[in-house]
Design a protein around this ligand. Structure first.
Ligand code: F6P
Length: 541
């Protein structure tokens, strides 16, 4: 397989970039007054303005030609059809099947995927409904008031992010907490003020073999049994979400209280599977289904919209444009919504575990630069922290701004100020302020250079009517498919994550060296051995 960088479309983009690199967004807007209206695309409730990017119509044509060369359309069809596009694990990639409409049909590898998805969804909805109605009680007969989701990575970040995002839809008096880290501080803090009689633990782990999750789950079980004084309490207070029934049973959770999913759902793509159970209990299955409907809207758009009017395709190609042709290393995601405070962290796993790869799907080394480093914070907090670098630093940091028109509660008219800040930032980043403009304000000559705002800093603005379960689903699906587009161009497998395995094994091997009474012998290298010795000294071992 020839590398994509050898394709004529790649060279055409490189040449085009050389010609465009010296042009300022101020010029691009002056030369093409219609671009603000033209360079927009709508998908479901999402409106994207990409006019503040360092692109012209020609750039978009060249980028979509690259997508055609990479076989993007065929790859999209292959994913939706359940082909084994996760080659290194020989698996289908079917998170899109998790939001098939009721009555939808899909059979893959002999499995009635659509039927199985809806059966689990029904089972989860029934359980969530019983917990919410107070029919499913704790061991002492009390209603459940708190759900503690214990999981990590994809079994934590999705539900934790979505719970925070949808707090305004939490309507049954049941709060969620999320425990993920193996740092004892995490579980200790989560349990500190909880009443075991009213607490339900959802142990979420695709494999049910993850050290952090199993360790935290054991701590939670001991905490509960100690306080309720009876091992039999476990079955009323622990349920599991997993693909591995055997391990769930081994842990001591009744598999009747297990909610399944399948190996074709990647952990970081699993929020809309039963992994969302804690969220579903908090917001109700109807709201959860609205979220699924939002995902579905973007799936349909992604599958059917022409490449040049396809939001995930455009945003994915813009990612490739800056990563590979401008040398941008990072991409900021800046939600102007406090409720989306965990969205950047969620996207970090989605994007970086997916596209942080340096071999292609066929095992050959990649030639292009792959996945950007995703990071971000909600505006306006970020403005008072790191935006200085975005405006005047030496690095190019393309950024996605996400804003909502309708707030939930807005007693002092603050929401308009929030939105004004978002719009002002994208304008300042794009257009900046020239030395002449600054001097004309009477700024002393020596200070002028400090105040120059270079501009020409590219941003996307995504404007959404309101943060709802549906629009949250739309936003998540948008980024899932952006990842797919980028991974397809780079020719990598966006659905495995072998890079996280070595550290896990080494940690298991190292743990005895930290605790044993024997002199530490088994550290993997001299530096680590010295640190083990130091740690043991500090612990008095
Ligand atoms: O360590 C990475 C990872 O495998 C993620 O891909 C996954 O989301 C996370 O660990 C948790 O895995 P599990 O759901 O199997 O506990």
């Amino acid at each position: 397989m020839a590398d994509i960088t050898e394709a004529p479309e790649w060279s055409a983009l490189a040449e085009h970039q050389a010609a465009l690199a010296g042009r300022h967004l101020r010029e691009l807007f002056a030369d093409d007054p219609g671009r603000a209206d033209r360079m927009t695309v709508t998908a479901g409730d999402l409106h994207l303005d990409y006019s503040k990017h360092r692109v012209t119509g020609e750039t978009i044509g060249l980028l979509t030609a690259l997508a055609v060369r990479a076989g993007l359309r065929e790859r999209i069809d292959a994913m939706f059809a359940g082909e084994h596009i996760n080659v290194s694990e020989d698996r289908a990639v079917l998170h899109t099947a998790l939001r098939l409409p009721p009555g939808g049909e899909l059979t893959v590898d002999g499995q009635d995927v659509a039927g199985d998805v809806h059966a689990v969804l029904e089972k989860a909805a029934d359980f969530a409904g019983r917990v919410r109605a107070g029919e499913w009680t704790g061991f002492t007969g009390e209603r459940i008031r708190t759900v503690v989701n214990i999981g990590i990575g994809g079994s934590d970040l999705g539900p934790a992010m979505a719970y925070e995002a949808l707090r305004d839809y939490v309507d049954a008096g049941i709060a969620c907490r999320f425990v993920s880290n193996i740092d004892p501080a995490d579980v200790t803090a989560a349990l500190a003020d909880l009443d075991p009689a009213t607490t339900l633990f959802v142990i979420s782990s695709k494999t049910f073999g993850t050290l952090e999750t199993l360790t935290n789950a054991k701590v939670a079980r001991s905490w509960l049994v100690e306080r309720l004084g009876d091992e039999a309490a476990v079955s009323r207070h622990f349920v599991a979400v997993s693909t591995n029934a055997e391990r769930v049973a081994e842990f001591g959770i009744d598999t009747a209280n297990m909610f399944g999913f399948w190996d074709w759902v990647g952990g970081r793509y699993s929020l809309d599977s039963a992994i969302g159970l804690s969220l579903m209990i908090a917001i109700g299955s109807e709201a959860f289904r609205e979220m699924l409907a939002g995902f579905r809207v973007i799936d349909e758009h992604f599958r059917t919209a022409p490449l040049e009017a396809n939001m995930p395709v455009l945003m994915g190609l813009l990612g490739v444009w800056y990563t590979d042709f401008f040398g941008a290393q990072t991409r900021a995601v800046l939600p102007y919504s406090q409720r989306l405070s965990r969205f950047p962290a969620y996207l970090q796993q989605l994007t970086m575990e997916s596209n942080g790869k340096s071999v292609r799907a066929d095992g050959a080394p990649v030639v292009a630069q792959t996945g950007a480093i995703f990071w971000g914070e909600p505006g306006t907090n970020g403005q008072h922290a790191f935006y200085q670098l975005l405006h005047q630093g030496t690095r190019l940091v393309p950024a996605d701004f996400i804003g909502f028109a309708e707030p939930f509660a807005d007693p002092a008219g603050m929401h308009d100020l929030l939105t004004a800040n978002m719009l002002a930032q994208t304008s300042a980043l794009a257009f900046g302020k020239t030395a002449e403009e600054i001097a004309a304000e009477g700024t002393p000559a020596a200070i002028v250079p400090h105040k120059v705002m270079p501009g020409n800093r590219p941003t996307s603005t995504i404007l959404v009517p309101k943060l709802t379960p549906k629009t949250l689903g739309e936003l998540i699906a948008l980024y899932e498919h952006i990842v797919f587009v980028e991974g397809t161009i780079w020719g990598i497998d966006s659905f495995d994550q072998w890079g996280v395995e070595l550290g896990k094994v080494m940690a298991q091997d190292l743990a005895p060296a930290l605790t044993s009474a024997e002199p530490p012998a088994d550290a993997p290298d001299p530096s680590t051995a010295a640190l083990v010795r130091r740690y043991r000294e500090l612990r008095g071992r």
